[in-house]
Design a protein around this ligand. Structure first.
Ligand code: DUC
Ligand code: ZN
Ligand code: ZN
Ligand code: ZN
Length: 487
């Protein structure tokens, strides 16, 4: 059984050219003119691009006293219908002193049964202990080469600097990449109290309590700690000029620092929180919050200049009923918004069609760059012979109005409600299987998605810090050992 994608224009991160694509055994078998196959996928007038990769999702995540309502089945189907063929979800241990392997087992139980798209995981480190130190090595052996750290959510997920430094050094030794949610959790907690005490209890208090400064400070700190530990670092949901500035500066100095704006921050601003009814604003509460338009301009500039590399969603979707847990005060509103289904159409409409980014940059920031950063390129993120046939046949003339009434996501609203998008998938193929055909096929079978293991990185981790260069010879000879830190 073979499939040929016929008559389209291939768009990759660096080239645009007309060609057919032959798919066999789930992989791309040939690229060239006049190919034939058992099944023909019509790509006439369309762009043939690598399927999107969303490296930042929280499907069915237990969080803030509830569990994100988007399931692995609904979320990954929504992803495929929007052209995204792989998601990377955050595994969160139930304890801070271990439990990484238990948490992975819990995530596997949900994902293997339900995933429609391929997937991978990041592991969260929420505290430090000998057990965490030991389990990190086993997590890497299981094909997970990224560890996430929260600098916010004080009293819950937050790690302190000593814990983060210890974990970053462990990442360096294991060939893993640390990820960071960069907001100063102490200042956020202080500002939350300040606004609640002043009677600002509604969703606008969420935006006031997490200003760009708390993100800029934490981003700088994470980058410096990464440098001191001799490891690259990836900053998730970069939403402000202050955070972007820190990333730009580090990259100019030669550090491997990556920044990931979300499609929400690129296209929605802080007016979503002010003078709105409670439900409307609460549905848009996420961290970091939406910013003013000057920050949006900075993020768009970063995508075209290459100082920001990836566009994700942080898809963490709660129902309106769940959002209402925060009626007693904004700090209790479950943080998170959706976007898995809309990331590519919204980015195409607001980015490519406006001339802010090119088609090739679109492919880079939705797929190819993150495949390289996560060490799965070119199996994913490429239209190349031998790559997985994860392909989106993109119709640049197809339009729709985004609405909760017609989405695949099971949430009762959509933060992009009413957005007119032009540029949508005509077909989505996952390992060669047509999993979306513009509403003309059945939903894909839950459980068909496969886990994508990711190998550790080679010895590219290098600190710029002078102190590390002086001590490096001694440190390299020693087997990495657990270093306890103060409580
Ligand atoms: N931010 C959110 O809005 N939701 C999930 C976690 C996060 O950091
Ligand atoms: Zn701790
Ligand atoms: Zn986060
Ligand atoms: Zn997140």
């Amino acid at each position: 059984m073979s499939t040929v994608i016929k008559g389209g224009t291939i768009v990759t991160a660096d080239r645009t050219y007309e060609s057919d694509v032959l798919v066999e055994g789930g992989r791309i078998a040939a690229i060239g003119p006049n190919l034939s196959g058992d099944t023909v996928v019509d790509a006439e007038g369309a762009f043939v691009m690598p399927g999107g990769i969303d490296p930042h999702t929280h499907l069915e995540m237990p969080f803030m006293g509830t569990t994100a309502a988007e399931t692995w089945a609904s979320g990954t189907y929504a992803a495929l219908s929007g052209g995204t063929t792989m998601v990377v979800d955050f595994v969160i241990p139930a304890r801070t002193d271990g439990g990484l392997l238990d948490a992975l087992a819990a995530w596997e139980e949900k994902a293997t049964r339900q995933a429609c798209s391929d997937y991978s995981y990041h592991m969260c480190v929420t505290g430090w202990s000998q057990t965490v130190f030991d389990e990190m090595e086993q997590i890497v052996a299981r094909g997970i080469n990224t560890f996430k750290h929260f600098m916010a959510y004080k009293g819950a997920l937050m790690v302190n600097d000593d814990e983060m430094f210890a974990s970053f050094q462990r990442c360096a030794a294991l060939g893993a990449l640390p990820l960071v949610h960069a907001e100063n959790g102490d200042i956020v907690a202080a500002l939350q109290k300040k606004f609640m005490d002043a009677g600002v209890t509604g969703p606008e208090g969420h935006a006031y309590s997490r200003p760009p400064e708390v993100e800029g400070e934490a981003t700088n700190r994470a980058i410096m700690i990464a440098d001191a530990a001799g490891v690259p670092v990836y900053i998730v949901h970069t939403s402000s000029e202050q955070a972007h500035e820190a990333i730009r500066r580090a990259r100019q100095k030669g550090m491997r620092v990556y920044g990931e704006p979300l499609v929400q921050h690129l296209t929605l601003d802080e007016t979503e929180y002010f003078n709105r009814d409670w439900d409307y604003a609460a549905r848009r509460v996420m961290s970091p919050p939406f910013r003013d338009k000057s920050h949006q301009d900075s993020l768009w500039a970063g995508l075209s200049a290459g100082s920001l590399q990836v566009v994700a969603t942080d898809h963490c979707a709660f129902t309106t009923e769940q959002k209402r847990f925060g009626l007693k005060g904004f700090p209790a509103i479950p943080n998170g918004t959706g976007g898995l289904e809309d990331r590519m159409p919204v980015l195409w409409t607001k980015g490519v069609k406006t001339g802010r980014i090119t088609m090739n940059e679109f492919v880079a920031v939705t797929s190819t760059n993150i495949a390289k950063i996560l060490n799965v390129y070119p199996r994913k993120g490429a239209i190349e012979v031998g790559a997985d046939a994860d392909v989106v046949v993109w119709d640049p003339d197809k339009s729709k109005t985004i609405s909760a009434a017609t989405q695949r996501s099971i949430i009762d609203y959509n933060v992009f409600e009413g957005f007119e998008v032009t540029g949508l998938p005509r077909y989505t193929l996952s390992r060669g299987e047509i999993v979306f055909a513009d509403g003309k096929n059945d939903a894909p079978r839950p459980g068909r998605g496969q886990f994508v293991p990711r190998k550790p990185f080679g010895a590219v981790n290098k600190a710029l810090s002078v102190w590390k260069d002086i001590t490096a010879p001694r440190m390299i000879e020693r087997k990495p050992e657990y270093m306890p830190i103060g409580v």
